[in-house]
Write a protein that binds this ligand. Sequence first.
Ligand SMILES: *Cc1c(COP(=O)(O)O)cnc(C)c1O
Length: 363
Amino acid sequence: MTVPQPKPWIMGIAPYIPGRSTTDDGRHVAKLSSNENPLGTSPAARAAFAAAATTLERYPDASGTALREALAAKHGLDPARIIYGNGSDEVLHLAAGAFAGEGDEVIHVRFGFSVYEIATRRVGAVPVVAPDRDHATDVDAILACVTQRTRIVYLANPNNPTGTYSSAAEIARLHAGLRPDILLVLDHAYAEYIEGDADDGGMALAAAASNVMVTRTFSKMYGLAAERVGWGYASPAIIDALHRIRLPFSVTAAGTAAALGALGDDGFVAHTRAHNARWRRWFSDEIAQLGNAGLRAIPSQANFVLVVFEGPLTAEAAYQGLMDAGFLVRWLPGQQLPHGLRITIGTQDECEGVIAALRAMTR
Ligand SMILES: *Cc1c(COP(=O)(O)O)cnc(C)c1O
């Protein structure tokens, strides 16, 4: 061999495809493809971010003490059991890095977040895909995938890209069915969007059980996707293992400052939550009215809705039509969803515009 060879499992990774922000012909249009906050960012977060510009020569606090303590105070947690990272993506990768390796198996659901498969393959482990129940998580199907080689189960709740939600009873049943040496990673990237503040019990499990980690992010509800701040909560032994492999300065000082500012602005969060709940309901009701054209909204508890196309209008044609009308949404044929579009709940104008364009295409 004449050139360096990547590990064989690395070449099995299909690179992550981010949501697009321009059309095929380069126009700037409404970006409803990455589940970002359509209301922007808290002014308090912006101010804290700007203030951080005065100390750019300093390394950030590698232990993230201020942010861990603020998170602990807000959620009633032990700050020593919080790990934070460059987006929750980093924390998800740390879990695979510390707890899985060549030949091990890692389970995720069929319509799961694509980072799980990448994190799994990166360490030489084998992704095992649990079938869905009409796009939703099927706990029995996950449990049926468990073998002696299983090391991790990754599950987003609410799930992305489906928006579906598993109740606390379902999550408890999943956890009860897993051997204690299998790490259950519950990804709560959209937990703040659940109707009526419902709770899947994941954080309580992470506090009580030695094999559960919950991850959360500042990228969605807090409107800080640009700054890459996420965190995880788990037993001291799990957190200790993750710390050994994390990059010491993966979260920037400005990102940390912005996150602290955002955490102090409950008003912005309440406003975002109310906006999302209102327009998610409206949007889903409008899609239901297009049911005779074969459109169906999968019930969502997140800040997006997966619309499936089961009539003459295909998801691909709708994707192009929405782009022509000025709206970029997410079409995911590579994730076994050629029949669906994941559409972020945007501003009122954006929601109304998407529905008007879909209505026109189904006439
Ligand atoms: C957006 C998202 C994340 C968050 O990623 P960050 O790295 O924190 O920006 C994590 N999990 C899921 C399922 C997501 O959709």
